[in-house]
Design a protein around this ligand. Structure first.
Ligand code: MN
Length: 343
């Protein structure tokens, strides 16, 4: 079985096709760390870390220096024993995106070695998934135009960013739904509302006969009682995103009956906690979605294989690579509009 002989970290910068605006944050580029795990038999596994300072407090400038530590920790180990590698990498608690990229690159190297794609190593629950596409915060007219384009491109699920202006958000939601009848909506406030604002938004939108499939992280991340208040006082399913990073966060949310959905992102949880959270949510009857940070196609590939392999994700918000400028597509799957097809 192939043993790890080298680890490579490489900085990669990507521009957004257009500035990406969410509550209290506008980005026009991302810097990711591409990770390669090299085996003694020549097989190479690819991973990508897309760190989030906003969510995880991670800085690329610090993460890049973890390479030698990671190399020392896992060199000489067999990728087939990936659980042992995962247990070691779980200690990188303050660098979840690096934990994720290295854990995935280990799986990918194993997959290359035995010529089995990662989604099959993890169970092969599905061989096709469908992503949504996101409308960032903008003027009402621009958001309606963007949502209409997304619907016309064939996407059935549209993710809408709100959270900076309650009254405008209600007007935007009504206008978007009129322009995109038949679409499903995930609405993400990125912690921008108080609990009462969140409930007001939901009730106003509901009174217009609009259905929202998931109302994502309306309130602050640290106090899950706020999410619970919204969950039990609004007509829509409520999801945690910023509030759930580790499997222990998920356990706490489930134990407190705080949410209907958990939005897993491998950049918050790594592969090991993603597997744990997905199984825990299934046991508890809590819905699952999977999201992304600023991954390019090689990075989104990770979540595509994880989600298809484990199965059970109701929504896939895996569109970050569709929002970035990239020289060429590098995923180990086929992208056809909203469809992501694995072989
Ligand atoms: Mn979110």
């Amino acid at each position: 079985m192939g043993k790890i002989v080298n680890i490579v970290f490489e900085l990669k910068t990507y521009d957004f096709l257009e500035p990406f605006h969410i509550t209290d944050s506008i980005s026009d580029m991302v810097t990711n760390i591409e990770v390669r795990v090299v085996l003694d038999n020549g097989a190479i596994g690819f991973g990508e870390a897309s760190p989030s300072y906003r969510v995880n407090g991670e800085r690329v400038e610090a993460l890049i220096h973890l390479k030698d530590f990671v190399k020392d920790e896992i060199s000489g180990m067999e990728v087939g024993n990936y659980k042992r590698l995962f247990d070691i990498l779980d200690k990188l608690k303050s660098a979840p995106s690096i934990k994720s990229a290295v854990q995935y690159a280990v799986l990918d190297a194993f997959g290359e070695e035995i010529r089995v794609p990662v989604f099959k190593i993890l169970g092969g629950a599905e061989d096709e998934i469908e992503t949504d596409k996101t409308v960032g915060i903008n003027t009402l007219d621009k958001m309606v135009k963007k949502a209409t384009e997304i619907k016309r491109e064939g996407f059935n699920v549209i993710k809408i960013k709100v959270g900076e202006d309650l009254r405008e958000d209600i007007d935007k939601m009504i206008a978007i739904s009129e322009a995109t009848k038949g679409a499903e909506y995930i609405v993400d406030a990125n912690m921008g509302y108080t609990p009462k604002e969140a409930v007001h938004f939901a009730k106003q939108v509901y009174s217009q006969g609009i259905d929202i499939a998931v109302f994502e992280q309306p309130t602050d991340w640290i106090n899950i009682d706020l999410l619970k208040f919204v969950r039990f006082n609004c007509p829509y399913p409520v999801a945690a995103d910023e509030s759930v990073k580790t499997q222990y966060d998920a356990f706490n949310l489930i134990k407190n009956e705080a949410v209907d959905f958990i939005n897993i992102k491998i950049m918050k949880s790594g592969i090991s906690d993603t597997i744990a959270i997905s199984e825990m949510a299934k046991s508890a009857g809590v819905g699952l979605m999977i999201g992304s940070m600023g991954e390019s196609s090689i990075g989104i590939n990770q979540s595509v294989h994880i989600a298809a392999g484990l199965g059970g994700f109701t929504y896939h918000d895996l569109d970050s690579h569709l929002l970035l400028k990239e020289d060429g597509f590098r995923g180990k799957f086929e992208q056809k509009g909203q469809r992501m097809i694995l072989k």
